[in-house]
Design a protein around this ligand. Structure first.
Ligand code: COA
Ligand code: AMP
Length: 633
């Protein structure tokens, strides 16, 4: 067996040779002869002339290989008190029909399909059905409000939208259809068809000549066979938050994605065909795409689709129950979920009710794993707790302690080492390599490995500007951190205006747009401040228009409602403070990082470009008066 060191070195010194060896981890229709090349934009691309189909790899291949009766998917839904399993045969039947229904509606290779579904099997069936046809899916997280859905519809221009009558949040039924109708009203692009999965908990009103009932549609559709696609053809677009209010459509191609995920399943997560793998995320996020859907299914694992929460569905022992009931080997979740469990069950006493001996690894990601949570997990579990780091852009982990090579020594707070394919460097703001243990900007030297984004949907200039301009010649991750003398990587947080709220990525600009649309607001800044439960939460600092006379509590209530309605409730936007002025640079850039550090009590230096240093004293007074400095909210 090859060691991590051998593979890592080869992947950096000769990326093409390393990834050529890995290409046989999947089955191709036509195996690629060119491993690494550059496209017309100058982006590095993988397996240019290979052809494949991602749905075939996830489903049909296992059926043809004699594993049709193996369990592909376990749907475990505490709020509806149901558990259902689908074998690869059963999943295949559903996917063929749904793909057939889409094809009858004229969905062809390259067409976009927006999926706005809760955590029900239809979400996975829909994604795979798109992949089967070579159509490009764009899944939108169910927590996003109508306006955010509309923005994505206008950017992706889908032919079809797939949704359900509702999602369930704890015991609340959230009607989806009114949000979809509102989004379609707001969007300039018109969608020809909407297919609605009617759930028992809520009946959606249908729009004649546009909306179809999912069950009937699926039942009456013919089967669709797989469409051969090129390795570089997009599999999906997943919108993520950048530093502005406009989301970025991260493009994922078929070939590199399949190879990278197939490799990662064993190399990173230590699982093989037949193992049970559970990522407790949402299909609307990248973790859901990669490790609820594609990764485990490519590998022939059983994947779990969990429509519940770590707590109150029904209690803080629910994770342990799922692991015990389904024999989970590797579990992947965001630390915020354990902070919620720890709050309700501080001594982890509910764990004693379950036999979780099947569990071998616990992986966490999505946000920095704080020391108290890491220690709590280590105190109560007998399996390794592995923090690993990645982003929507990369689609799989950049740094990890890789189970498949044998675990390295753990260092609390560290992500361990870069995964083969990622040449991680730490650069100072001036762009020179930082010495060990000195904080800097975490960047990756090209080529990015297979699976990582080659572009932004229909906006390659934004791709260049967002990722390749800050440190020319390097991919800027947007994260800050350092490496120690043994090369262990530590990621400490974003260096830009992206926030991480309960493992959900949000941009300050997104919330600012909603706040600024209030008639009383002249100007505003949103800042993500530290929060013991959610990691970060946004707060608003607002300037009123001259002559506006509105009580602080009334304004705060109205702004909170606006943000929930315009962006979504999962923003956790709950505080807003009226200030006299906002600190800015002379060129007008608001100094959000400075205000964030001020509230968090971290050391900061005002940049030399600050317009008027006196504003910092003023803003400190405003924030102190609002109780935001010197006390947690
Ligand atoms: N649809 C509709 N509303 C949603 C939603 C969804 N999919 N997800 C969250 N919301 C709502 C919640 O109901 C809540 O509404 P409320 O203010 O009316 O009570 C609000 O958004 C805040 O949600 P959240 O911050 O997620 O808190 P929570 O108490 O609902 O759940 C956790 C806490 C820890 C369970 C949840 O944040 C979580 O699972 N986070 C992990 C995210 C993740 O997996 N990220 C991927 C990286 S691994
Ligand atoms: P997303 O694109 O939603 O997956 O969010 C990616 C961002 O989440 C990264 O850029 C980091 O800021 C943060 N993140 C993800 N995993 C970790 C981790 N293990 N440690 C620290 N930050 C993380």
């Amino acid at each position: 067996m090859r060691t991590y060191e051998e593979d890592y070195l080869l992947s950096i010194e000769n990326p093409a040779a390393f990834w050529q060896q890995r290409q046989s981890d999947i089955e191709w229709f036509n195996a690629p002869t060119k491993t690494l090349s550059q496209d017309g934009n100058g982006s590095w691309r993988w397996y240019e002339d290979g052809t494949l189909n991602s749905c075939w790899l996830a489903v049909d291949r296992h059926i043809e290989g004699g594993r049709g009766d193996a369990t592909a998917l376990i749907y475990d839904s505490p709020p509806t008190e149901s558990i259902a399993t689908l074998t690869f045969n059963e999943l295949g039947e559903r996917v063929r029909k749904v793909a057939g229904g889409m094809r009858q509606m004229g969905v062809l290779k390259g067409d976009r399909v927006v999926i706005y579904l809760p955590m029900i099997p239809e979400a996975i069936v829909a994604m795979l059905a798109c992949a089967r046809l070579g159509a490009i899916h764009s899944v939108v997280f169910g927590g996003f409000a109508a306006r955010e859905l509309a923005l994505r519809i206008d950017d992706a221009e889908p032919k079809l939208l797939l949704t359900a009558s509702c999602g369930i949040e704890f015991d609340k039924v959230i009607a989806y259809k009114p949000l979809v109708d509102e989004a379609l009203r707001l969007a300039s692009h018109s969608v020809e068809n909407v297919v609605v999965k009617q759930r028992q908990q809520c009946e959606a009103e249908m729009t004649p000549n546009r909306d179809l009932d999912w069950d009937r549609w699926e039942r009456e559709s013919p089967d669709a066979e797989v469409v051969e696609v090129n390795a570089l053809d997009p599999l999906y677009i997943l919108y993520t938050s950048g530093t502005t209010g406009r989301p970025k459509g991260v493009v994922r191609d078929n070939g590199g994605h399949a190879v990278a995920l197939a490799y990662s399943m064993n190399a990173v997560y230590g699982v093989d065909e037949g193992d049970v793998f559970w990522a407790a995320s949402d299909v609307g996020w990248v973790v859901g795409h990669s490790y609820i859907v594609y990764g485990p299914l490519f590998k022939g694992c059983t994947t779990i689709l969990f429509e519940g929460k770590p707590v109150r569905t029904p209690d803080a022992g629910t994770f342990w129950r799922v692991i015990a009931d389904h024999g989970v080997k590797t579990f992947f979740v965001a630390p915020t979920a354990f902070r919620a469990i720890k709050k309700e069950d501080p001594h982890c006493s509910l764990l004693r009710q379950y036999d979780i001996s099947s569990l071998e690894y616990l992986f966490v990601a999505g946000e920095r794993c704080d020391a108290p949570t890491w220690h709590w997990l280590n105190d109560h579990l007998s399996v390794p707790v592995i923090d690993h780091w990645w982003q929507t852009e990369t689609g799989w982990s950049i740094c990890a302690n890789m189970a498949g090579y044998g675990l390295k020594e753990m260092k609390p707070g560290s992500l361990t080492l870069p995964v083969p394919g990622y040449d991680v460097r730490i650069l100072t703001d001036e762009g020179v390599e930082a010495p060990p243990n000195v904080d800097g900007n975490v960047v990756v030297a090209p080529p990015l490995p297979p699976g990582a984004l080659p572009t932004i949907w229909r906006d390659h200039d934004r791709f260049e500007a967002s990722y390749w301009s800050a440190f020319p010649g390097f991919y800027a991750t947007g994260d800050g951190g350092f490496r120690d003398e043994e090369g262990y990587v530590y990621v400490m947080g974003r260096t830009d205006d992206v926030m991480n709220v309960a493992g959900h990525r949000l941009s300050t600009g997104q919330i600012e747009e909603a706040v600024a649309s209030h008639p009383a607001i002249a100007e505003c800044a949103v800042v993500g401040i530290r929060d013991s439960e959610k990691g970060q939460v946004p707060i608003g600092l607002v300037l009123l228009k001259d002559g506006m006379n509105i009580a602080q509590d009334v304004l705060e209530r109205e702004l909170i409602q606006m943000v929930r309605k315009e962006v979504g409730p999962f923003t956790n936007f709950k505080r807003c403070v009226v200030v006299k002025r906002l600190p800015k640079t002379r060129s007008g850039k608001i100094l959000r990082q400075v205000m964030r550090k001020m509230v968090d009590g971290d050391a900061f230096t005002a940049p030399s470009t600050i317009d008027d240093p006196e504003i910092l004293n003023e803003i400190r007074e405003d924030l102190t008066e609002a109780g935001l400095i010197g006390s947690a909210i």
